[in-house]
Design a protein around this ligand. Structure first.
Ligand code: UD1
Ligand code: CA
Length: 459
């Protein structure tokens, strides 16, 4: 498969989405439609990869800037799919072999289908090969009209007769073309149709009238070639994508208590024997270890969870790490490269930002720990706050191994609490605490007898 080139059409307005965002930038499982299409295109290892942009071209180009291997051509105005392909002609000047044409709004296409498309096309020495599917509801798609079993032409819904509309074999909008002579033929397409557009599918009847071979590849799984034109179709395809991701995760050994409400991006890895409860979202570059339990309502983004860790209900964990056998939550928030040590415990209403918590350390209730380096076997009492921000800069709090921080403590950073030190309840720690010592800042308690009754008499 050495001489394969890919062009992706993504210039259309996507009017039916009713959106300020270009259609191809709408997302399925966290990735744009165009990213999904590019992922499948790359499986062909194409020599060139060109995207035709037009409507909101700058936004689409900016969203794709991390892909270094893309060429862009701009179609302005957008006069139809055949016109879009012509715009890509200069990008393919002097190239030979097979051109695979993909649509930016058909995101579920598998690598396997693309490979079969190229193989079928090359084996048949075809001028064009069209991917088709037989579907229950063909509405909105171009229909495949056959004569004597062979494809004769493609007719768009708006131009079709009643009989043609009854055809259930549809054009997926995915093609392989022989590059030699392609653009000259596309130039002969006329916009004589209901939409006054240059239709790329007209190539089929033109090639057939010239006695050239036109092949079809009919996919077994019509869901692969579903196009997205509306938000309802976007949601339907999101569900299909989610189901296939969830089936893969279960096949790999994860327990999903309710796959219907488990939301996992394609890039996430889950090791065997982990249990995912309902309503969990796992996003981005996230890895969950073996034997973990992730409870309902948890959202984990770009994070790593170690083996046999537990994340209790309603935690949000982003860009962070939870090490083996640790327990987090319920209602905890880890962010900004928080790192929870082995067998450590983060309890309810605890927030960690850019904080490292050592092995076996605990912050069981109500705490804010930001920019802190906390050792092993440390106990952080309820209501502890690292005062890490002086209004201009962030400062580090260091708490050494075995220290005990009493409840309702404020640690005014930069500050260090030494190894094995003890901070009394309600202390405002403004100076470093030496190892092994006790720090207290609250004054001696005074009780005034009879005060309540005296106040009442005064009123
Ligand atoms: C197209 C096909 C139809 C097929 C369907 C499959 C044509 C005329 N019809 O219809 O047979 O069943 O796809 O999904 O091709 N685009 C451009 N420039 C343009 C027009 C469109 O880049 O001037 C892009 C769009 O952004 C989109 C793709 O081409 O990514 C398809 O265009 P769209 O208008 O969605 O075509 P359909 O009506 O779906
Ligand atoms: Ca479409």
């Amino acid at each position: 498969m050495s001489d394969v080139h890919v062009v992706v059409l993504a210039a259309g307005k996507g009017t039916r989405m009713k959106s300020a965002l270009p259609k191809v930038l709408h997302r399925i499982a966290g990735e744009s439609l165009l990213d999904h299409v590019l992922n499948s295109a790359r499986s062909l290892a194409p020599r060139t990869l060109t995207i035709v942009i037009g409507h909101q071209a700058d936004d689409v180009k900016a969203a794709m800037s991390r892909h270094a291997d893309l060429g862009f051509v701009v179609q302005e105005p957008q006069l139809g799919t055949a016109h879009a392909l012509l715009v890509a002609e200069p990008a393919l000047a002097g190239q030979r072999g097979t051109l695979v044409l993909l649509s930016g709004d058909v995101p579920l296409l598998s690598a396997h289908t693309l490979e079969s498309l190229v193989n079928t096309h090359v084996a048949a020495r075809a001028a064009a090969t069209v991917v088709t599917a037989v579907v229950e509801a063909p509405r909105g798609y171009g229909r495949i009209v056959r004569d004597g079993g062979r494809i004769a032409r493609i007719v768009e819904e708006k131009d079709a007769t009643d009989d043609e509309r009854d055809v259930r074999e549809i054009n997926a909008g995915i093609y392989a073309f022989e590059l030699d002579g392609l653009f000259d033929t596309v130039r002969s397409i006329r916009a004589e149709n209901a939409q006054r557009e240059y239709y790329l599918p007209d190539l089929v009847s033109i090639y057939r009238s010239r006695g050239r071979v036109v092949e079809t590849l009919t996919v077994d799984q019509p869901r692969e070639i579903l196009g997205i034109n509306t938000r309802a179709e976007l949601a339907a395809i999101e569900t299909l994508f989610r189901m296939s991701t969830n089936e893969r995760l279960m096949a790999e050994g994860a327990t999903l208590v309710d796959p219907g409400t488990t939301y996992v991006h394609g890039s996430v890895r889950i090791v065997a024997d982990t249990v995912i409860h309902p309503g969990v979202s796992l996003e981005g570059r996230t890895t969950i270890g073996a034997g973990c339990e992730i409870h309902s309502g948890v959202r984990i983004v770009n994070s790593t969870i170690g083996d046999r860790a537990t994340v209790l209900n309603h935690c949000v964990i982003t860009d962070s790490r939870v090490r083996a056998r640790a327990s987090v939550g319920p209602f905890a928030h880890l962010r900004g490269h928080a790192d929870v040590g082995e067998a450590a415990k983060i309890g309810n209403f605890v927030e960690l930002k850019k904080t490292v918590l050592g092995t076996n350390s605990k912050a069981s209730h109500l705490a804010y720990l930001g920019d802190a380096v906390i050792g092993d076997q440390v106990n952080i009492g309820a209501g502890t706050i690292t005062c890490n921000y002086d209004g201009e800069r962030k400062h580090v709090t260091t708490i050494k191994d075995g220290a005990f921080i009493g409840s309702d403590t404020q640690l005014i950073a930069p500050i260090t609490v030494g190894e094995g030190a003890y901070v009394g309840t309600g202390t405002t720690v403004r100076e470093d605490v030496p190892p092994g010592s006790l720090a207290v800042s609250a004054g001696k308690q005074r009780n005034i007898e009879g005060w309540v009754a005296a106040r009442r008499r005064k009123r």
